[in-house]
Structures are given as C-alpha cells and as structure tokens.
Ligand binder design. Structure first.
Ligand SMILES: *Cc1c(COP(=O)(O)O)cnc(C)c1O
Length: 368
C-alpha cells in the first residue's frame, strides 16, 4: 500500500550523500573541527541568502534566540512580547535570559501574532517583540516594526521556520534588529544534527554574539562576559553549505505543493485553509489546515497510510513548564482553538505533485 510520510529525512538527504562524503573526508584530513573555514564561509553564504550583513553560526535555534536577547541586554525585570501560538522555544529563550514572556494572540487567518493586539500589552518594562514567522509565513513585520519604532523597543525575529519568506519584499531574518534561526534536521534548511544561526545588520550585535557563543571570549583564555558554549561545528557548516544551494528551489517547490492543496481543498467547506497576510509570503515549512473533525480525520488518513502531525497540541501558556506564570485554560482562546483544530499535512521535497493530490483526494472523501 502506498505510504505518504510526513517527513522523510533519509530520502531528502540521500541526494547529498556523495557531497557529504566529500566534505567529511576533507574535514577528517585537515583536522579542524570547530570555528574554521567552513563556518566562516557558511556564515557569509547564509548572510547573503538572508540579505543580512552578518551571520553568526550557533549550536541550535534556541541558543540563537537566547544569545540574540543577551546581545540586546535583555534580562531580569524585562518583558518580551511573544505570540501565544508558537513552538515553546520562542518563550524559552525569553525565560532563559531571565525576562518574562508576555503573550499576544495570533490572527486566526494567518496564525501569526496579530499586530493590532500588541500595543495593549506594552508597558515601561517591554524591551522587545519576538516575532515568530510561524509555519513558514512571514509575520506582518512592517506593522510590527512600526510599533517597535514608536515605543523604542527591539524587534527580534524567530525565523526558525521561514528562511526565505518575505514581508513587503523584504526577507525574514533581515527585518529585525536581530534574528535567530534553526537548522534542526526537519527545518527547510536542515543539518545532519543540531545547528542554528543569528543574522543581523548591526556590527556590534554581530561581535557580541560571536563572543557569547564562545565562552564570552574574543581572545583565547580571556573572558569578557558570562558566555555559552554554542558553536556551529565545521562538519555541520560544511553540510549546510551543500544544502543551502538548493534552498530557494526547494522553497519554491513547497509553494507549488501548497498551491495544489489549496486548489483541491478550497471548495471543501469543512476545512479552513491557511491565508497569507497582505504583502507576506510563506515558504510552507508546515502546511496546516483546520477542522472541527481533526482527530477523526487524522485517524482516517493514518488508516490510509498518510502521516500527519499536530503543530502544536498544547500552547506554551498551558504547558507545565510555565505553570509559574499562572495562566489557565481560556486565557488565550485563539491559540487554544488552533491547538484543538489544527492538522499539518505532509509537504516537502520528498513528495510529488501526485502524492499531494492523493492526500487531498483522501481528505475530500473523508468528508463525503
Ligand atoms: C525549531 C524551532 C526553534 C528551535 O530550534 P532548535 O534548533 O530546535 O533549538 C525555535 N522556534 C521555532 C518556531 C522553531 O520551529
């Protein structure tokens, strides 16, 4: 029986097997594993991809966000506005620097933070807005940036899911004062392990970030701040350089798959499709639909060997990890509604147009 995997990293990375072997052999031969030429080159290439002046490779996406907040001097007593609908890492970064996450609800069409709800949550302690470009779609970064300028607060982008998306033709990852991204294996640009990066146009932030990722040290054995060990390996950087060359075409391919879903599902009245905000694009890291029959639809598809996922089953404010913030069910009803009705359909370079049609047809037959 035909099987549609949600994600098939074996299949996706098989295309790069020979190139990966080549770079592994080179690195084994030259014997330089940390903070070398591959990282420097990848940083240049990813900065160029993001239309940013600087890129600093770090160990993962959570560290990229945490170090970004550190660089801006955000810490205890400060508040950072975060979306109520996001992967928990966006909130964790705020908590790890000692600041408090202040949730704001998303727009129920785009699933990204609703710019019209932000100003109400700004207080004298607000230092930054963490804009998460969720599921691959750029936030309304132009409107968010205006608010940041008006209140003299920073814009930090969590761009783990949207490398290559745009708002007003400006690339995500270059809109914010500083931006963190992730190259977790399942992301649109995935390493063969953990990896992440910070992008910024500010030279001071770039320098600070490179000190923080390396024990707070600029000169070996001299430490100027309480840093982290959060470096991006030479090997991962070399693998990422190989895959970065295909990111634009793979993003475009995802968009064409998403358009097939949209076309085949648009007349299905039981399904809510994702909508793009004005002047925003998506690279469809995740193709999420919503339906009241989510659980039974997921079961029906599973029985037909179609794998789906839920992003995410429980919003951060209801997680045990955040019980100290004293939120309760009902506090962020839009985020809760999304969690209860969302279903992520398979999408990615491992699937064909025909696969997408097969999934869409099965969804339509479920509702008939
Ligand atoms: C994946 C992800 C992160 C964290 O990245 P890691 O590399 O797993 O630490 C942060 N934010 C969002 C929105 C993500 O999807």
């Amino acid at each position: 029986m035909r099987k549609i995997e949600f994600l098939d990293l074996k299949e996706i990375n098989k295309a790069y097997e020979n190139s990966f072997k080549d770079v592994l052999l080179k690195i084994l031969t030259n014997g330089w594993f940390i903070l070398g030429e591959n990282l420097l080159e990848f940083e240049k290439e990813y900065a160029a991809f993001s239309n940013s002046k600087f890129c600093i490779g770090v160990a993962n996406g959570l560290d990229a966000l945490t170090i970004s907040l550190k660089v801006l001097g955000i810490g205890p007593g400060d508040e950072v506005i975060v979306p109520s609908n996001t992967y928990i890492a966006s909130w964790l970064a705020v908590t790890h620097v000692g600041a408090t996450p202040i949730p704001v609800e998303p727009n129920l069409k785009t699933y990204n933070i609703d710019p019209t709800l932000i100003e109400d949550k700004i207080t004298p302690s607000t230092k930054a807005i963490m804009a998460v470009n969720l599921y691959g779609q750029a936030c309304e970064l132009d409107k968010i940036k205006e608010i940041c300028t008006k209140y003299s607060i920073y814009l930090v982008e969590d761009n783990a899911q949207a490398q290559g998306a745009t708002c007003n033709n400006i690339l995500t990852g270059s809109y914010g004062d500083i931006s963190g991204t992730s190259f977790y294996p399942g992301k649109n640009l995935g390493a063969i392990g953990d990896a992440g990066a910070i992008t910024t146009n500010n030279e001071l932030y770039m320098n600070q970030a490179s000190v923080y990722r390396n024990y707070g040290s600029r000169v070996k054995y001299y430490n100027e701040c309480i840093g982290y060990n959060s470096r991006l390996d030479e090997l991962q950087a070399a693998f990422l350089r190989v895959k970065l060359k295909d990111l634009i075409s793979q993003n475009n391919y995802r968009v064409s798959l998403a358009n097939i879903y949209i076309d085949l599902l648009k007349n299905n009245i039981n399904i809510i499709l994702p909508k793009l905000a004005n002047d925003c694009t998506s690279i469809y890291h995740i193709f999420m639909i919503r339906t009241k029959n989510r659980d039974s639809l997921q079961k029906y598809l599973q029985e037909r060997n179609i794998q789906t996922m839920i992003h995410y089953p429980l919003p951060p404010h209801l997680q045990e990890a955040y019980k100290s913030l004293n939120f309760k069910k009902g506090d962020f009803p839009i985020a809760e509604e999304i969690a209860e009705t969302c279903l992520s359909l398979p999408i990615g370079p491992h699937l064909t147009y025909d696969d997408i049609e097969f999934v869409a047809n099965n969804i339509n037959s479920f509702f008939q």
